[in-house]
Design a binder for this molecule. Structure first.
Ligand code: NAP
Length: 240
């Protein structure tokens, strides 16, 4: 029986590349999106094993419906990739309650809700893997992105604690912490800023969504069965 992955925020960027890689390799692939259905629909046309599923993962009821839909279609979830995320640049003194709450709802509560939705099945089967997408900024902190950095640090804390709790159930929980990746999330940055970030990256280039997808794919493999509670930087040396 094929394995099943549920990837949140998979309509663009890192999530989309990850969905492509898993679908290409024969996984049943549930592709979550919020506003942008087209890429998920196109993947479903290309690969018979792809299920596009719309949900706002910051809302518990929508996460529960999404998970039920995936279970009905594929029967189980072997791997959850908590990738959906938002970013915002603002002076700390300008961050409003709404900014803070939205950041934590999308970047942290979604991880809480999605993990709670998939874990009962994994615990019952005594197997499963969870990969959470944090950020280099969750470890190092970024000026003018305090709420983003704090939300990504929370994802690291959640990962390490959950890994301890679920270890004896045969479930691994890890984080990938990307450096600067060439996606829409950085689309607002001007050329000068992007080339400065590239220069600050020892490997001399920005990361690609595929760089992150490959690490997630490795963590999903049997070769990673003894890895849990880790934060794996995929950053070309940026921030080290
Ligand atoms: P992106 O290109 O901006 O794509 C974000 C994705 O998240 C989209 O598919 C979007 O769906 C989805 N999304 C946003 N809010 C959602 C919600 N409430 N419910 C469901 N889906 C939602 O971002 P990215 O650069 O690929 O980033 C992916 C992850 O990597 C994020 O967690 C981000 O923080 C992290 N990361 C990125 C970088 C980087 O440099 N790009 C660096 C470190 C960490 P729709 O299109 O349907 O709205």
């Amino acid at each position: 029986m094929n394995k099943t992955v549920l990837i949140t925020g998979a309509s663009r960027g890192i999530g989309y590349s990850t969905a492509q890689l898993f679908a290409l390799n024969g996984w049943n692939t549930a592709v979550n999106y919020l506003h942008t259905p087209e890429p998920a629909m196109a993947l479903a046309k290309q690969y018979g094993n792809v299920l596009p599923v719309q949900a706002d993962v910051s809302k518990r009821d929508e996460v529960e419906k999404m998970t039920e839909q995936v279970m009905q279609t594929f029967g189980k979830i072997d791997l959850l990739v908590n990738n959906a995320g938002i970013a915002q640049e603002k002076l700390f003194t300008d961050i409003t309650d709404d900014d803070w709450n939205q950041m934590f709802d999308v970047n942290v509560k979604s991880v809480f809700y999605c993990c709670q939705a998939v874990l009962p099945g994994m615990i019952a089967r005594k197997s499963g893997k969870i990969v959470n997408i944090s950020s280099v900024w969750g470890e190092k902190g970024a000026s003018c992105e305090v709420h983003y950095s704090a939300s990504k640090a929370a994802v690291i804390g959640l990962t390490k604690a959950l890994a301890k709790e679920e270890g004896l159930s045969g479930i691994t929980v890890n984080c990938v912490a990307p450096g600067v990746i060439d996606t829409d999330m950085n689309g607002h940055l001007d050329e000068e800023t992007l080339s400065a970030l590239q220069e600050e990256t020892p490997l001399g280039r920005l990361g690609t969504p595929q760089d992150i997808a490959q690490m997630i794919y490795f963590l999903a493999s049997d070769a990673a069965d003894f890895i849990t509670g880790q934060v794996i930087g995929v950053n070309g040396g940026f921030g080290e």
